[in-house]
Design a protein. Structure first.
Length: 453
């Protein structure tokens, strides 16, 4: 019995030893298993990271290709438009104005759609049409009267529109104002008034300055091409100088802009202004203002008496330059000095139009104003500096360059709009008599014309 008990005791010890062995080995197996899982997870994470990096590279490559293609398309489109002439360039500017207005308004009217404020969007476009009519309507109607054969009734209506243009524009604006007040709704008042302010600000910064660009085209393609080209050059060299030398941040709203890029672009843009002036300042297509035929193009024969700034003038040099250049005088066109001033604005002030646009995008937490141009964003993203440059060029021209010459087209438009048919006949007789007195026409021709009236 003791032997049996001893056997039982030994079996119990053996059993406990075996169970103890299992329990002592269990943590080792668990550690190995956890290590395998950890290695597997690390491998998976590494593979995922590599996949993300590859996808990111492919995405950047694809974006670069799309961006390059559309850059070439825009460059070709710009050159083709400039070659097509002033008329099509003006049409392109009007299209850009309207598109930029649409992009700016779209990012601010999302809440209007959510709150069913149905009149917000139509009112924005009403104010746009009113502004364009006020700024460009008079010139457009005069153009139609001069270049198209209209019925008697249509001509009378068109003349009345020109005569009362400002009052009609004011009535259109008042209609929009009344419509806005009538659309006000409790709970959305702050948003609606903010929309009204944003709309007017956009009209001021985009449409009014766009009108200045149109006037620049009419003054001569030079005053459109050179300022716009200098802004493009400044943007390119600001990027190149920034990535090459940039260390000091210029402005917090655009972290990638650097002082070095800003200064480098200023120098390069100033030098480019000399090259631009040399190229475009010697081609009459660019220097001549629009006269009677707005359909002239790059291949047309354009002749005019150039503005004095495009004519060589003699300047007396200061004494210290006389010793260096070994001459007392320098022959140079004044336009070189003017374009250097314009280049300073393009370098030092116009970029703040881009900074303004960057701040606006950040306030609405968006990357681009739209997706009109693949790889580039919206048209606003490409034109944010051009409007400020256009208004400066217009005011600079009117202040320091313009000679306010009278041309046949303007006189003819004024006669058609302001004189009756009887008054026009009297004017024609007076002009015929004057031409006879100065010997421009003979007696027989004078008699035939006067007798036929």
């Amino acid at each position: 019995m003791s032997a049996s008990a001893s056997n039982v005791h030994d079996e119990g010890n053996n059993t406990s030893l075996r169970s103890g062995s299992k329990s002592s080995l269990q943590p080792v197996n668990s550690t190995v298993s956890d290590l395998d899982v950890s290695i597997s997870n690390n491998s998976t994470t590494q593979n995922n990271s590599e996949s993300v990096i590859v996808n990111e590279r492919e995405k950047k490559k694809q974006t670069f290709i799309v961006r390059t293609i559309w850059t070439l398309i825009m460059t070709f489109g710009l050159l083709a438009t400039l070659a097509a002439g002033q008329f099509w360039t003006i049409i392109a500017v009007l299209f850009i104005q309207i598109t930029v207005f649409r992009e700016c308004i779209n990012i601010t009217t999302l809440r209007a759609k959510l709150e069913d404020l149905h009149y917000t969007y139509p009112l924005n476009w009403w104010f746009l049409i009113t502004t364009i009519f006020y700024l460009d309507g008079r010139s457009l109607i005069k153009y139609c009267l001069t270049n198209f054969v209209l019925s008697d009734y249509t001509s009378v209506v068109a003349i009345k529109l020109v005569m009362h243009h400002k009052f009609i524009s004011y009535c259109f604006y008042v209609m929009g104002f009344v419509g806005f007040v009538a659309s006000l709704r409790k709970g959305s008042l702050r948003f609606q008034f903010a929309q009204l302010c944003i709309t007017h600000m956009t009209l001021l910064l985009v449409i009014l300055q766009g009108h200045c660009i149109v006037r620049n085209i009419l003054h001569g393609m030079f005053w459109f091409v050179v300022p716009a080209g200098l802004v493009i050059i400044n943007d390119i060299f600001a990027y190149l100088c920034g990535i090459t030398f940039g260390k000091t941040q210029l402005i917090s709203i655009s972290p990638k802009k650097t002082v070095e890029g800003f200064v480098g672009a200023w120098i390069c843009t100033t030098l480019s202004s000399i090259l631009f002036t040399y190229i475009f300042g010697n081609i009459s297509y660019f220097t001549c203002p629009v006269s009677d035929n707005i359909y002239t193009n790059f291949f047309s024969i354009v002749e005019c008496d150039p503005n004095s700034v495009f004519i060589n003038q003699i300047y007396r040099l200061p004494n210290f330059l006389v010793d260096i250049l070994h001459t007392d005088y320098l022959q140079l066109k004044p336009i070189y000095f003017h374009t250097m001033i314009i280049s300073m604005f393009a370098s030092l002030i116009a970029p703040f139009g881009g900074f303004f646009a960057s701040g606006l995008k950040r306030s609405f937490k968006i990357k681009d104003f739209g997706d009109t141009i693949p790889g580039h964003g919206g048209i606003t993203d490409r034109m944010d500096c051009q409007f400020l440059m256009g208004s400066f060029s217009y005011l600079y021209y009117e202040t320091f360059i313009s000679t306010h010459n009278v041309n046949v087209g303007n006189v003819l438009q004024s006669i058609i709009v302001n004189l009756s048919s009887d008054d026009i006949i009297i004017l024609v007789k007076s002009l015929i008599t004057y031409l006879f007195k100065i010997g421009a026409i003979d007696d027989e021709t004078t008699h035939k014309i006067l007798s036929s009236l």
